[in-house]
Design a protein around this ligand. Structure first.
Ligand SMILES: [Zn+2]
Length: 529
């Protein structure tokens, strides 16, 4: 097995990256290392020509740099101009990205906060192309040129300091790429509750200790529910000038942005991480278009149901989250799309992506009621099926959508595939009145379809895009390109018939308040009380 050893060191202008690959044995023209130009919209580091150097047993290795088409966009490639002998060593300085952070881009680029740095390895490590059978070590070395005292620490997705305590199996370079790192004065910049810890370089403006303790408890309850020991899980907080949170999932860790000067929606941060925690255990095997509804729907379902059952979220909060999800799914202008049709709109409309989440969650709630009714003692539940899935997967079995349907069919004595097809994939199903029962009752009420006459992206970018002539926003005076102050999407979805969306237009230095009345169509939406 080949072994890659990566050593990171903090220097004045960034991170000094050194790695060595044993017995690389590259022939002339072979690729030594590569780095994508950007990842999910986040810029990777710039490496000036001749700045990256490589050596082997013979000495310095001449390199040729080029730009090639990669699977996900342009890739910078460094090729060796002669064959290599023995261990190859690479060295360069990764400088943090200085360009202003854009909203809604995952916070994974290498970025400086105070004296510290954070970022995903994929954004600053020039790595060898994927090879089979490779293990790696990643460690930080104390800085030789900077005065880092005992308050200085480094932490990454896989462990703290030099260690790998993340309990993650696998040794491929994808795992290394996905690893998130943070280093700096972290002595006061973290809080720990059992296996759960939160890390920051800029003090967040909310009660991060209570937040972490709440998450830690949630994490332990989920580990218990899903019959698996918890492993260390880290939440990285990164400062951002933007409202709302951008986030990114990494091995046994999660990074999200918070605005240190703005109001923080703690409830939203908690539910975002709780959703991610479910992903640590729960998934169906198979292609994304087959199983995303389950993986995301189950994360939404259990991140609400488990904390509510255990008293970690109160009843009004639970109900408002369930009812909001129902509005997002069943009052959406896209509500009639099949999941297949929705998947083609992913890039242009975030509401299309939500459909799989919402349908998955309500399918599970509906199935829970069906299983309760089908069991002689009334104790049947969807969790019974989920437990069987987890046990089978731990025994090495592949549990995809077919196996899921077979497990359910066993309990409800009917073919489950048509029910699933219609509810989730077709979008024709509705959660039955006993979903979330017997604690709660459901009624369908007519709610406005949030079709305000501009692109949904306007809620995120706050710049009016796709304003429809004669549409509600257009009639209220909103013009294409206007900078707007307006509620976030989930707030807007909460409006009822007769309400109006309050928007402030900034145009030529003037602020113009307008009110967009929701007089369009309505849709029947299940709501629980
Ligand atoms: Zn998710």
């Amino acid at each position: 097995m080949a072994h890659l050893e990566v050593i990171l060191g903090l220097v004045a202008d960034g991170v000094h990256v050194r790695w060595s690959l044993e017995r690389a044995e590259l022939s002339a023209g072979a690729c030594l290392g590569q780095l994508a130009m950007s990842i999910a919209g986040a810029p990777t580091i710039e490496v000036d020509e001749s700045e990256l150097t490589a050596t082997d047993e013979i000495g310095s290795i001449p390199l040729a740099e080029s730009l090639v088409d990669g699977r996900d966009g342009d890739l910078r490639v460094w090729a060796v101009e002669r064959s290599t002998v023995g261990t190859v060593e690479v060295s360069y300085v990764a400088r943090p990205v200085g360009a202003p952070q854009r909203p809604a881009v995952p916070p994974i680029d290498l970025r400086r906060e105070g004296d510290g740095l954070s970022g995903a390895c994929a954004c600053f490590l020039v790595l060898p192309p994927a090879v089979e059978n490779i293990s790696f070590d990643l460690r930080w070395e104390p800085s030789a040129e900077l005065d880092t005292d005992e308050r200085w620490a480094s932490v990454c997705s896989l462990g703290e300091g030099a260690g790998r305590d993340g309990g993650l199996a696998g040794a491929d370079l994808e795992l290394l790429s996905d690893t998130y790192v943070m280093c700096g004065d972290l002595a006061a910049g973290h809080y720990r509750d059992g296996d759960m810890s939160t890390w920051w370089l800029t003090p967040p403006a909310f009660g991060v200790e209570a937040f972490t303790a709440h998450l830690g408890k949630t994490y332990r309850l989920m580990a218990e529910q899903f019959e698996a020991p918890a492993h260390p899980y880290r939440v990285f907080l990164r400062a951002s000038p933007h409202q709302g949170s951008a986030a990114s999932a990494h091995p046994a860790s999660f990074v999200m942005t918070v605005n240190p000067d703005g109001p923080v929606n703690e409830r939203m941060l908690y539910s975002t991480v709780a959703h991610e925690l479910v992903h640590e255990w729960l998934h169906l095997d198979g292609a994304a278009d087959e199983v995303t509804w389950f993986n995301e729907g189950a994360a939404d379902y259990y991140s609400l149901v488990i904390p509510f059952r255990e008293g970690l979220i109160d009843q009004p909060t639970f109900l408002s989250e369930v009812n909001l999800a129902a509005r997002i799914g069943y009052a959406s202008p896209l509500r009639e799309l099949t999941l297949d049709e929705a998947s083609r709109l992913y890039d242009e409309d975030f509401r299309a992506r939500r459909l799989a989440y919402v349908r998955g969650m309500f399918y599970l709630a509906d199935l829970d009621a069906r299983l309760r009714n089908a069991s002689p003692d009334g104790l049947g539940s969807v969790t019974e099926v989920v437990t069987r899935v987890l046990r089978s997967q731990r025994a090495g079995e592949h549990i995809g959508i077919e196996e899921w349907c077979a497990l359910v069919a066993d309990l409800v004595s009917a073919d489950e595939r048509p029910a699933l097809e219609s509810f989730v994939f077709g979008g024709d199903g509705r959660p039955g009145p006993e979903s979330f029962g017997p604690t709660f009752a459901m009624a369908e009420i007519a709610l406005p379809v949030l079709d305000v006459g501009f692109d949904a992206s306007t809620f995120v970018t706050r710049r009016a895009t796709g304003v429809v002539a004669g549409g509600a926003a257009g009639r209220a005076g909103v013009q294409e390109g206007d900078v707007l102050r307006l509620p976030g999407y989930s707030e807007a979805v909460g409006l009822n018939v007769g309400d109006s969306l309050k928007v402030e237009i900034s145009r030529d230095g003037e602020k113009i308040p307008v009110s967009i009345s929701l007089r369009g169509g309505t849709a029947p939406v299940p709501q629980w009380h």
